[in-house]
Design a protein around this ligand. Sequence first.
Ligand SMILES: *[C@@H]1O[C@H](CO)[C@@H](O)[C@H](O)[C@H]1NC(C)=O
Ligand SMILES: *[C@@H]1O[C@H](CO)[C@@H](O)[C@H](O)[C@H]1NC(C)=O
Length: 272
Amino acid sequence: MKTAEEDRAMSLKLFVHSAILATVIIFLIKVAGYADELQQSRCLLGVPKVLQNAFVPPFNCSLCEHLDEVPWILSNETDQYSHLILRKEVPLVVRGAYRKIASEKTMSWDSLKEIYAGRTKKETCQFFPYKTEFRDLEDALQMSHERMQNHFYVGWSNCDPSISEILQKMYDVPDFLPKDSERSALEWFFVGNAGQGAHLHLDRLDKPSWQAQLGGSKRWTFVPLYECYFACRQLEIVTYPGDIILLDSSIWYHKTEVFGPELSIALGSEYD
Ligand SMILES: *[C@@H]1O[C@H](CO)[C@@H](O)[C@H](O)[C@H]1NC(C)=O
Ligand SMILES: *[C@@H]1O[C@H](CO)[C@@H](O)[C@H](O)[C@H]1NC(C)=O
């Protein structure tokens, strides 16, 4: 026969064990969710900063030492400033450059829906819901008119050849990019409304990329790597419809924020 004392000790032990087990399970679920998130994310925000910088080649801080904002040029000045374009370490905005390469001058949410309505494959390469509830691109494209009035910012890459074909008719690769850069098969879209955007992060891309502002306006903030923290300032710039920004998103922490009443739609790709 067990005494009441032993009973109490037993239930206490049981309680402690259950609590530990529950904690472990919650921890494992969190870790699994976190791993899942990391896998979905193009960003490395979750990885320790020290590790992040280990991926990044040394950066020459004197390239950004005297900059107060992201340099920008006009689309008719690309020959004159080709050295700024070829210097891939510092972001650059070419104002109005997309208008020169685009057959469709503007892009709306409806035209995006139209493009994707005819696609053959139901997958995107990657979908970034950011803070939204959307599970995939399909889900996001089906959002109601009411939902669109609320905050949202999403991004996705396209590797559906039938969509690529449509996009290829929409624009040419910017002619001021290095002559040997090939048209990347992978396009990115980032769409969202006022106040929304991507949090401060570094990407792990091998190549620099360009991003065209097709609609709306977006504020970019670039924060230098730690080794340039004291040498360089945080740089900002706003991209307006028709602008193209060139950036190496693996050597500048960057964040974006849509502002103004228009929906921000940006199209991007990597280049050599
Ligand atoms: C760093 O950049 C500056 C200015 O562009 C250049 O003069 C210098 O040679 C570079 N240093 C190295 C180590 O590449
Ligand atoms: C570029 O265009 C602007 C007007 O859009 C004009 O003022 C400027 O002179 C042009 N620059 C060159 C180099 O043609």
